[in-house]
Design a protein around this ligand. Structure first.
Ligand SMILES: Cc1cc2nc3c(=O)[nH]c(=O)nc-3n(C[C@H](O)[C@H](O)[C@H](O)COP(=O)(O)OP(=O)(O)OC[C@H]3O[C@@H](n4cnc5c(N)ncnc54)[C@H](O)[C@@H]3O)c2cc1C
Length: 367
């Protein structure tokens, strides 16, 4: 699919509100669509998939991203299902504790805890919020989300604003900045899944070139992820962690590999010179700054981008889009790129091949 569907045109807009096409119905695209529609914009979301992409396990939502969801009117929906993430440790494969994750410090500073939320639930909540705002009497109205629409030429849209929220392999990014800014493999893959039992033992266990993480996600279930060398198959995964502390072998033994998801660990390199292009295109989320998941900030940064973009657009109005894009880029680019760099650095550290040295360094860190 290329170019502009008729419903994405400029006709019928008035005052400060304009038209926006959002490419991608992931967390970043849907949050941007909700924010723009709350500002009265006429928003069309296009996604290549035939239906909402509901696979996935859990997202960590930092207090700053919770505030962004509050500003998007989604804070209550988040809190209805999210669980707090506390008391997590970094351990060695034998179970001895290396360090504490700084969750208590985050909670003390922010006055609220880091939360974990199921990815499918967050996607559904965003879709529902967008649909509600589009009903007659809602601020934006409009045709809503069109699935099964693969965008190949984002320049062809006749809209005031084009939001590239099309993820790590973003077509919008490549169109604007060329193929040299591309996702790069970091040499590992993550297998992720949900176990149907709870454990009190949360955090990450770091071994030689691999690590295993466990977090709460909802009552009676445990979210897990395992980072291993790239060639590892599902069959090999159980063997890789067979001798590690409880309940890691049990989690892998008692979950069906058919439900495991293989996720390639990549990050965008080199970083983009701007998150905006040509006076009417903005990139959000993984399209702008795909990062390894080590800091658990992929969804958080996508939400913060989306909310900042919608806020800037609302403040400057339809005739002020270039200024709004400059404000968005100034607010988000450096911060998000610093987080991406930090996540990549942590990935190197956690998958180090000389764990004795790494563990000694970790033991020296404060807190
Ligand atoms: C093991 C692991 C754990 C993670 N844990 C966390 C965590 O704890 N916390 C966290 O915040 N993040 C986490 N992440 C990262 C997170 O999943 C993503 O970074 C985040 O979802 C980014 O959202 P997005 O909307 O930018 O992109 P996506 O969710 O990838 O959405 C992009 C959308 O664009 C659509 N699309 C793509 N191309 C086109 C096209 N040409 N035309 C139309 N549509 C298109 C796709 O179908 C998709 O729906 C984790 C990742 C891994 C691997």
């Amino acid at each position: 699919m290329t170019g502009s569907p008729s419903h994405a045109g400029k006709a019928g807009t008035a005052g400060k509100a304009g038209t926006a096409v959002v490419v991608g119905a992931g967390v970043g695209g849907l949050a941007a669509a909700v924010g723009l529609r709350r500002a009265g914009w006429h928003v069309t979301v296009l996604d290549r998939r035939p239906e909402p992409e509901r696979y996935g396990t859990a997202f960590g939502i930092h207090p700053t991203a919770q505030s962004a969801l509050d500003r998007l009117g989604l804070g209550d929906a988040l809190r209805e299902r999210a669980v707090p993430y506390r008391s997590a440790r970094i351990r060695r494969p034998d179970g001895s504790v290396l360090a504490a994750l700084p969750l208590e410090r985050i909670e003390r500073r922010a006055g609220r805890p880091e939360l974990l939320i199921s990815r499918p639930y967050l996607i559904d909540a965003l879709v529902a919020a967008f649909d509600r705002l589009g009903r007659p009497g809602g601020p934006g109205g409009g045709p809503g989300i069109a699935f099964g629409q693969r965008v190949t030429d984002p320049g062809a849209f006749d809209a005031d604003l084009v939001v590239g929220a099309d993820g790590i392999n973003s077509t919008v990014r490549t169109t604007c900045f060329g193929p040299s800014h591309a996702p790069r493999h970091v040499g590992t893959v993550a297998w992720i899944g949900i176990a149907d039992f709870e454990t009190e033992l949360h955090g990450e266990t770091w071994g030689d070139g691999r690590f295993f993480g466990m977090t709460p996600v909802e009552p009676g279930r445990t979210n897990w992820y395992a980072t291993v060398p790239e060639a590892t198959t599902a069959d090999e995964l159980r063997g890789f962690f067979g001798g590690w502390h409880d309940p890691i072998p049990r989690i892998l033994a008692e979950t069906d590999p058919a439900g495991w998801i293989r996720y390639e660990m990549r990050h965008l390199h080199p970083a983009l010179p701007a998150f905006v292009h040509g006076g009417r295109v903005a990139l959000v989320g993984d399209a702008a700054h795909a990062m390894t998941p080590n800091l658990g900030q992929g969804a958080c940064t996508a939400l913060l981008d989306a909310e900042a973009l919608a806020r800037a657009v609302a403040a400057h109005g339809r005739t002020g889009i270039p200024a709004a894009l400059r404000a968005y880029d100034a607010e988000r680019r450096r911060t998000a790129q610093r987080v991406a760099f930090g996540s990549r650095t942590l990935h190197r550290f956690a998958t180090a091949r000389r764990p004795a040295l790494r563990d000694a360094v970790l033991g020296l860190l404060p807190g």
